[in-house]
Design a protein around this ligand. Structure first.
Ligand code: UFG
Length: 333
């Protein structure tokens, strides 16, 4: 059985869906601080065999009870906080939740002899790019506490590998977008900071124009360039990573992106086209700590894991829109 921490969250829920489609047995562990019980209910409706335990990684008995109760073979670890700005304002919360929580999880894994983990890492571990596209050997100099917590965890995992033989696959995500094509699950943050959901929300709330954070970056149209990867494609990579761990029993790291950069203005125009609506927008000051360009080389994941990208940005925007439409309708009920 696979233990999925953070399975009620955005990316975690897509991994659960993918794994359950592959007949994997799953237990989700989530404290529901940012994830939603409705997401769990939806997943359980799709597959009633999915188990859910509400608990917190900062509570050691919560974690140990999972390992006592279920026969866990591997862990996929999504649980954690991921808002860059919040991590700058409140680093203590990030070190406690992301670092201390993960150490508790790893210690329980060692104690109960579960020695395989797939970990949700991030492009933020690289910091300001020194070259592009960024491969896995790019220097790692995170510029915010969020990225630092993820790099610290990766380093801890190296030590746990050497000392306890705990094998980890770290997946460094670039910008994750899109929703389920049946609108069953999608991106659902109570405080939304991400680009595409924010553009779509501005189409609903006309009084709150979409803000482009800076238009004088050193890029062709002056707005930031990112590498946008579909959440279902990302979920596929987690399944491949589990298969790789089972077969090779090796620690490794993979970037997950498309290799193609798209600017904020380009995304805005694509979204406007998909929605077929005019969306109010304004140019706002740059956001702190936003690098001009972030683009991944995912050659390694493609070659070693056999990972493939199956969804275009346009498809991701379309599913994100249908999902947001569902959320907006729920609000009015
Ligand atoms: N942006 C806007 N307006 C918005 C929201 C975003 O102009 O309302 C811009 C940002 O300035 C940035 C781009 O859109 O240039 C993408 O911003 P997101 O907030 O969607 O994503 P980030 O690139 O900041 O960060 C995301 C995740 C992080 C992760 C990082 C890795 O949120 O957790 O990708 O690249 F670490």
């Amino acid at each position: 059985m696979i233990l999925v921490t953070g399975g009620a969250g955005y990316i975690g829920s897509f991994a659960v869906l993918k794994l359950s489609m592959q007949n994997e047995k799953i237990v989700i562990f989530d404290n529901l601080s940012t994830g939603h019980i409705e997401t769990i209910n939806t997943l359980k409706k799709i597959n009633p065999d999915i188990c859910f335990v509400q608990g917190d990684l900062n509570n050691i008995s919560d974690i140990e009870n999972i390992f006592k109760k279920y026969e866990i073979s591997e862990v996929i670890h999504f649980a954690g906080l991921s808002i860059v700005e919040e991590s700058i304002k409140n680093p203590s919360k990030y070190y406690k939740n992301n670092v201390a929580g993960t150490v508790n999880l790893l210690n329980a894994m060692v104690k109960y002899n579960v020695l395989k983990i797939v970990f949700s890492s991030t492009a933020s571990v690289y910091g300001e790019p020194e070259y592009t596209p960024i491969d896995e050997n790019h220097p790692k100099k995170p510029v915010n506490p969020y990225g630092k917590t993820k790099l610290i965890i990766e380093n801890i995992m190296d030590d746990y590998d050497k000392a306890y033989n705990l094998k980890s696959i770290r997946l460094r995500y670039f910008n994750v977008i899109g929703a389920d094509n049946l609108s069953r699950i999608g991106e659902w943050h109570d405080t939304e900071t991400h680009l595409i959901p924010n553009i779509i929300k501005s189409a609903y709330i006309k009084t709150s124009p979409f803000k482009i954070f800076g238009d004088d970056y050193a890029t062709p149209d002056g707005t930031c360039i990112r590498d946008y990867i579909n959440v279902c494609d990302l979920a596929d990579a987690h399944y491949l990573a589990i298969k790789y761990l089972r077969k090779e029993n090796k620690t490794d790291v993979f970037n997950l992106g498309t290799g193609t950069g798209t600017s904020v203005k380009e995304i805005f125009n694509l979204t406007r086209g998909v929605l077929g609506k005019d969306i109010p927008f304004e140019i706002a000051p740059k956001r702190k700590g936003d690098p001009a360009i972030l683009c991944a080389s995912s050659k390694k994941a493609q070659e070693i894991l056999g990972w493939k990208i199956n969804h275009s940005i346009k498809e991701s925007i379309k599913t994100a829109y249908l999902w947001e439409d569902k959320l907006q309708k729920l609000k009015t009920i």
